[in-house]
Ligand binder design. Structure first.
Ligand code: NAP
Ligand code: ZN
Length: 334
């Protein structure tokens, strides 16, 4: 049975209907009938070939939720009929130092769900079952799909960089990732600030858990907030003033970059070293972190605020995301 999908055939081109025959189901594989797929800004970066690594036809989509239709001979943890999710990573070597210490997201041989493979803007996917995660009953599929990438990417930094409840945390960029970042920070017990270029987002940001809202284009507000943050989670991809973020940090503060900046990060020396500040990165999440994140979301009611589009309207959804009009994660329904 062919899989029906939406694919880009060249950089920056609209998606078109596309179908393909999946590879045979391997012993560790699972076939998932997709019901929902979130649209991450990375999908837009891939379609536009912003990173110079896209191959076409390109079927985007790596925030997948669906129902298991078939499992390979070696699959023991999933059964037909289970509801599962798949994120950015589709496999790893399972042998390197990082795979063996539960950091598969750092494996040099990791495979990506929609880069070099056909992704989730589709009716189904065949992929490695070891990177498919049961979805807790408490989470609706529509709200859970964005957790598979956006949720994992914003949750992991709290664990990796040992954010504590006593800390003042800022989330920069209140989009798909950022609105989840606010919810984790609040559930973590932190004092939370939303840092945004869009003042209209203030009320919603506060509903997601922000105690404060900082318009980053307001020089007065930025000055007043100088030296007040322990941890800043930066989800923005646009060119930005990196020195300004360092100025917002207290001594020993950390700026964690998860958005993929379109230009090299330029850091002024004195603000970095005088306060012993750090600039760190984080990429998606390990399998263990994703499973933990899903359980945490179910327990604390963390969920993506979504707007849905049918799969064949993917181009309309992509245009909305590009215009920064998504509130807050667009999800395709199949
Ligand atoms: P998104 O929904 O488009 O949100 C990005 C936010 O950035 C926007 O909502 C906006 O927030 C802000 N922004 C947009 N244009 C801006 C501009 N010109 N100047 C300043 N701020 C601007 O995107 P997303 O899905 O959250 O993804 C964000 C980034 O994370 C992308 O680069 C994506 O590739 C990356 N990503 C990384 C990982 C990882 O593993 N590290 C995983 C997933 C995604 P305000 O309106 O509040 O300013
Ligand atoms: Zn993503």
């Amino acid at each position: 049975m062919p899989i029906h999908a939406m694919a880009a055939h060249a950089a920056k081109k609209p998606l078109e209907k596309f179908q393909y025959e999946p590879a045979p189901l391997g012993p560790h594989d699972v076939e998932i009938e997709i019901t929902h797929c979130g649209i991450c800004h990375s999908d837009l970066h891939l379609i536009d070939n912003d990173w110079g690594m896209s191959t076409y036809p390109l079927v985007p989509g790596h925030e997948i939720v669906g129902i298991v239709k078939a499992v390979g001979s070696e699959v023991a943890h999933l059964r037909k009929g289970m509801r599962v999710g798949v994120g950015w990573q589709r496999n790893s070597c399972q042998q390197c130092e990082f795979c063996q210490t539960g950091q598969e997201n750092l494996c040099a041989k990791m495979g990506a769900t929609c880069l070099g493979n056909y992704g989730g803007f589709a009716t189904a996917i065949r992929t490695d079952s070891r990177f498919a995660f049961p979805i807790p009953d408490a989470l609706a599929s529509e709200n859970a799909a964005p957790l598979l990438c956006g949720g994992a990417t914003t949750y992991s930094p709290f664990r990796l960089y040992e954010v504590r409840p006593s800390m003042k945390v800022g989330v920069i960029g209140i989009g798909g990732l950022g609105h989840l970042g606010l919810q984790w920070a609040r559930a973590w017990g932190c004092e939370v600030t939303a840092l945004s270029t869009t003042p209209e987002k203030e009320q919603e940001a506060k509903r997601f858990g922000a105690h404060h809202f900082l318009n980053t284009r307001d020089a007065g507000m930025m000055k007043k907030a100088a030296g007040t943050f322990d941890f800043l989670l930066n989800t923005v991809f646009a060119p930005q003033d990196w020195g300004a973020w360092l100025d917002l940090l207290r001594p020993n503060g950390k700026l964690c970059v998860v958005g993929v900046p379109s230009e090299p990060i330029t850091i002024p020396g004195f603000p970095l070293l005088l306060g012993q500040k750090s600039v760190v990165g984080s990429v998606i999440g390990s399998r263990h972190m994703i499973a933990e994140m899903l359980a945490f979301a179910a327990r604390h009611g963390v969920k993506a605020q979504t707007e849905t589009f049918p799969l064949d309207k993917a181009n309309d959804a992509l245009a909305r995301l590009k215009a920064n009009r998504a509130r807050y994660r667009l999800v395709l329904t199949v």
